[in-house]
Design a binder for this molecule. Structure first.
Ligand SMILES: [Zn+2]
Length: 164
Protein backbone atom coordinates (compact mmCIF):
# COMPACT_ATOMS: atom_id res chain seq x y z
CA UNK A 1 0.00 0.00 0.00
CA UNK A 2 1.15 3.51 -0.64
CA UNK A 3 -0.70 6.68 0.25
CA UNK A 4 0.18 10.14 -1.03
CA UNK A 5 -0.68 13.41 0.64
CA UNK A 6 -0.12 16.82 -0.89
CA UNK A 7 0.45 20.24 0.60
CA UNK A 8 0.35 23.49 -1.39
CA UNK A 9 2.57 26.48 -0.64
CA UNK A 10 2.10 29.87 -2.31
CA UNK A 11 4.72 32.58 -2.53
CA UNK A 12 5.98 35.34 -4.78
CA UNK A 13 9.48 35.71 -6.17
CA UNK A 14 11.43 37.32 -8.95
CA UNK A 15 13.66 35.69 -11.53
CA UNK A 16 14.78 35.83 -15.12
CA UNK A 17 15.83 33.20 -17.64
CA UNK A 18 19.36 33.80 -18.81
CA UNK A 19 19.56 33.36 -22.58
CA UNK A 20 15.80 33.38 -23.11
CA UNK A 21 14.81 34.45 -26.62
CA UNK A 22 12.03 36.77 -25.43
CA UNK A 23 10.66 38.72 -22.48
CA UNK A 24 11.61 36.12 -19.85
CA UNK A 25 15.20 37.41 -20.14
CA UNK A 26 14.01 40.51 -18.22
CA UNK A 27 13.86 40.53 -14.42
CA UNK A 28 10.22 39.87 -13.52
CA UNK A 29 8.15 38.05 -10.93
CA UNK A 30 5.50 35.36 -10.44
CA UNK A 31 2.94 34.31 -7.87
CA UNK A 32 4.11 30.74 -7.56
CA UNK A 33 2.18 27.77 -6.22
CA UNK A 34 4.09 24.65 -5.30
CA UNK A 35 2.60 21.23 -4.60
CA UNK A 36 4.64 18.98 -2.34
CA UNK A 37 3.56 15.34 -2.74
CA UNK A 38 4.63 13.04 0.07
CA UNK A 39 4.11 9.27 0.06
CA UNK A 40 4.12 6.79 2.92
CA UNK A 41 3.41 3.07 3.22
CA UNK A 42 1.78 3.17 6.64
CA UNK A 43 -0.75 5.20 8.56
CA UNK A 44 -0.32 6.02 12.22
CA UNK A 45 -2.80 5.20 15.01
CA UNK A 46 -4.76 8.37 14.17
CA UNK A 47 -5.07 7.35 10.51
CA UNK A 48 -2.50 9.72 9.01
CA UNK A 49 0.45 9.27 6.71
CA UNK A 50 1.80 12.38 8.42
CA UNK A 51 0.13 15.34 10.08
CA UNK A 52 -0.49 18.10 7.53
CA UNK A 53 0.69 20.74 9.99
CA UNK A 54 4.08 19.00 10.19
CA UNK A 55 4.73 19.07 6.45
CA UNK A 56 3.25 22.54 6.14
CA UNK A 57 5.64 23.89 8.76
CA UNK A 58 8.58 22.25 6.98
CA UNK A 59 7.80 23.16 3.38
CA UNK A 60 6.26 26.58 3.95
CA UNK A 61 9.06 27.34 6.39
CA UNK A 62 11.72 26.53 3.81
CA UNK A 63 9.98 28.53 1.09
CA UNK A 64 9.44 31.52 3.42
CA UNK A 65 13.08 31.51 4.49
CA UNK A 66 14.62 30.98 1.06
CA UNK A 67 12.40 31.95 -1.86
CA UNK A 68 9.43 34.07 -0.74
CA UNK A 69 9.82 37.79 -1.64
CA UNK A 70 13.30 37.14 -3.01
CA UNK A 71 15.00 36.65 -6.34
CA UNK A 72 15.86 33.16 -7.59
CA UNK A 73 18.90 33.48 -9.85
CA UNK A 74 21.13 31.08 -11.77
CA UNK A 75 24.51 31.15 -10.00
CA UNK A 76 26.18 31.69 -13.39
CA UNK A 77 24.10 34.84 -14.06
CA UNK A 78 26.72 37.30 -12.82
CA UNK A 79 25.05 40.23 -14.55
CA UNK A 80 21.79 39.81 -12.60
CA UNK A 81 23.58 38.88 -9.37
CA UNK A 82 25.78 41.98 -9.52
CA UNK A 83 22.74 44.19 -10.11
CA UNK A 84 20.59 42.63 -7.37
CA UNK A 85 23.41 42.77 -4.83
CA UNK A 86 23.43 46.56 -5.19
CA UNK A 87 19.95 46.74 -3.64
CA UNK A 88 19.72 47.00 0.16
CA UNK A 89 18.29 44.89 1.60
CA UNK A 90 18.27 42.03 -0.85
CA UNK A 91 17.20 38.40 -0.78
CA UNK A 92 18.87 36.30 -3.46
CA UNK A 93 18.75 32.53 -3.82
CA UNK A 94 21.43 31.09 -6.11
CA UNK A 95 20.19 28.11 -8.10
CA UNK A 96 22.69 25.80 -9.87
CA UNK A 97 20.73 26.20 -13.11
CA UNK A 98 18.33 28.59 -14.84
CA UNK A 99 15.27 29.22 -12.60
CA UNK A 100 12.61 27.71 -14.84
CA UNK A 101 9.63 26.01 -13.20
CA UNK A 102 11.11 22.67 -14.30
CA UNK A 103 14.46 23.37 -12.66
CA UNK A 104 12.89 24.76 -9.48
CA UNK A 105 10.78 21.59 -9.21
CA UNK A 106 13.71 19.27 -9.73
CA UNK A 107 15.85 21.24 -7.26
CA UNK A 108 13.17 20.89 -4.58
CA UNK A 109 12.66 17.20 -5.31
CA UNK A 110 16.31 16.17 -5.42
CA UNK A 111 18.18 18.66 -3.21
CA UNK A 112 15.76 20.04 -0.62
CA UNK A 113 12.95 17.49 -0.25
CA UNK A 114 14.96 14.50 0.98
CA UNK A 115 16.60 16.50 3.80
CA UNK A 116 13.30 18.01 4.91
CA UNK A 117 11.55 14.64 4.82
CA UNK A 118 14.37 12.98 6.78
CA UNK A 119 13.90 15.54 9.54
CA UNK A 120 10.38 14.14 10.24
CA UNK A 121 11.10 11.51 12.88
CA UNK A 122 9.05 8.37 13.33
CA UNK A 123 7.56 8.20 9.82
CA UNK A 124 8.74 6.34 6.71
CA UNK A 125 8.04 8.98 4.07
CA UNK A 126 9.38 9.99 0.71
CA UNK A 127 8.78 13.01 -1.48
CA UNK A 128 7.73 11.57 -4.82
CA UNK A 129 6.52 14.59 -6.75
CA UNK A 130 6.87 18.37 -6.92
CA UNK A 131 4.64 20.55 -9.08
CA UNK A 132 5.63 24.19 -9.62
CA UNK A 133 2.85 26.40 -10.95
CA UNK A 134 4.44 29.50 -12.48
CA UNK A 135 1.11 30.95 -13.59
CA UNK A 136 -2.48 29.73 -13.27
CA UNK A 137 -2.07 28.12 -16.68
CA UNK A 138 1.43 26.67 -16.66
CA UNK A 139 3.16 24.19 -14.41
CA UNK A 140 6.12 21.83 -14.40
CA UNK A 141 5.97 18.48 -12.64
CA UNK A 142 8.95 16.39 -11.58
CA UNK A 143 8.42 12.86 -10.31
CA UNK A 144 10.80 10.37 -8.75
CA UNK A 145 11.53 7.61 -11.24
CA UNK A 146 10.07 4.44 -9.65
CA UNK A 147 12.59 2.10 -11.26
CA UNK A 148 15.40 4.33 -10.05
CA UNK A 149 13.88 4.30 -6.56
CA UNK A 150 13.86 0.52 -6.47
CA UNK A 151 17.45 0.47 -7.66
CA UNK A 152 18.42 2.90 -4.89
CA UNK A 153 16.55 0.81 -2.30
CA UNK A 154 18.35 -2.34 -3.47
CA UNK A 155 21.67 -0.54 -3.31
CA UNK A 156 20.93 0.56 0.26
CA UNK A 157 20.08 -3.03 1.21
CA UNK A 158 23.36 -4.22 -0.27
CA UNK A 159 25.27 -1.49 1.57
CA UNK A 160 23.53 -2.36 4.85
CA UNK A 161 24.30 -6.06 4.34
CA UNK A 162 27.95 -5.23 3.72
CA UNK A 163 28.11 -3.15 6.92
CA UNK A 164 26.54 -5.91 9.06
ZN1 LIG B 1 9.16 34.02 -15.37
Amino acid sequence: MSITVMRKVQFCAGHRLLGHEGKCANLHGHNYLIEFHVTGNEIDELGRVVDFSVINKLFKGWIDDNWDHGFIVWDKDENALNALEQVEPNKIYRLPYNPTAENMARYLLTRIGPTLIDSIKGYDLRMNKIVVWETENAFAEVTVDASRNQADARLQQVQKAMLN
